[in-house]
Design a protein. Structure first.
Lengths: 225, 112
């Protein structure tokens, strides 16, 4: 069987996601973002993964000439491979070292890489290489922030007026935009969430079939949410 | 969302089968989808190839790609939720208590 045909909107969302990874971020440079994405990729690919409590920066084969801090790589690995084991204390320690919004951006890099890598494996194609990092400085732009009850990370004010997964990346709007552009193409547009009979096309997955796949993957990833 | 969407459309998906990864889901192509979703989240490439072929055989390639994209989406959303500590309000947890019990997720480390 040759490579499956990927519908245009999905292929474009993933192309833009990789372009986004390799662009200057809000808190990380493009070089740091690509490097961290590489650590996420390694974590997902690892045939003999490190346990959740061991970061790659503590291993003998670690190259200490990285442009991103070791703890960022350690968290990138953990989110990539063992996200369900992350506790509030672990996240807090990472935010204390990296800063809260840089941590949010790191989470978004990891979740973006996870989506594209797994999609490629799911349909049996190679994962594309990350593009070369684009020169430029992080924008450091952020909205007015609030401390939510429903997330560990700060979010755009006002907090807790939308679901926790929707508000999670609002503190870093560029990541929010990329994530929900991907979700539109991979799952469904947010405006359709309330419609139990929504289908992307006439002979596509029903909503219940869609949710069956979602539920099974989330269960096997041990994600309580 | 599965129990809600299936109830709203008159289908009655069996969460027990989904949780077990086996059994009669009561959805059209449900068994092939369940095997495919399971293989997507596990690490056996041969099992994934077989599940992919079976799903395409029952449906078509575009259907399989759509299912693969949904699985990819929840690789994204689970990492988002688990790394940012996303949790549901207590009222939502009460509404979903039955589904939470059937899916066996109430003992997960990621419960918060």
């Amino acid at each position: 069987m040759g490579n499956p045909v990927i519908r245009d909107d999905l292929a474009e969302a993933h192309r833009l996601a990789w372009e986004h990874i390799a662009s200057p971020g809000t808190w990380w440079t493009a070089a740091q973002r690509v490097e961290l994405a590489g650590t996420v990729k390694r974590a997902i690919d690892d045939a003999d993964p490190l346990p959740p409590w061991v970061g790659p920066s503590t291993t003998e084969d670690w190259c200490d000439e990285q442009v991103a801090p070791d703890i960022a790589h350690d968290m990138a690995y953990r989110i990539g491979r063992h996200a369900g084991t992350i506790t509030g204390d672990v996240a807090r320690a990472a935010m204390d070292e990296l800063g809260e919004l840089p941590y949010v951006e790191l989470c978004a890099i990891a979740s973006t890489v996870g989506a594209v890598m797994h999609f490629c494996r799911n349909i049996g194609i190679d994962v594309p290489d990350f593009p070369a990092p684009v020169d430029g400085e992080p924008t450091r732009e952020h909205p007015e922030l609030a401390t939510p009850e429903l997330n560990w990370v700060p979010v755009a004010a006002p907090a807790d007026e939308t679901a926790a997964v929707v508000q999670a990346y609002t503190g870093v709007p560029a990541e929010l935009e990329n994530t929900w552009r991907m979700a539109d193409a991979q799952y469904m547009p947010p405006s359709e969430m309330i419609h139990p009979d929504w289908m992307r096309r006439a002979d596509g997955l029903t909503r219940a079939q869609t949710e069956l796949v979602a539920a099974r993957v989330a269960q096997l990833r041990e994600c309580f949410y | 969302m599965l129990s809600w969407s299936s109830a709203k459309t008159g289908e009655t998906a069996d969460l027990t089968a989904v949780a077990a990864g086996d059994g009669e889901t009561r959805l059209e192509h449900g068994d092939a989808l369940l095997q495919f979703a399971t293989a997507c989240a596990e690490r056996d490439d041969d099992a994934l190839a077989a599940a992919r072929t079976a799903l395409v055989g029952e449906t078509d390639e575009a259907f399989m790609v759509d299912a693969a994209a949904v699985a990819g989406n929840f690789e994204m959303m689970t990492r988002l939720a688990d790394s940012t500590g996303a949790r549901m309000p207590a009222s939502v947890l009460e509404d979903r208590a039955q589904a939470i019990g059937v899916m066996g997720v109430s003992t997960l480390t990621s419960k918060r």
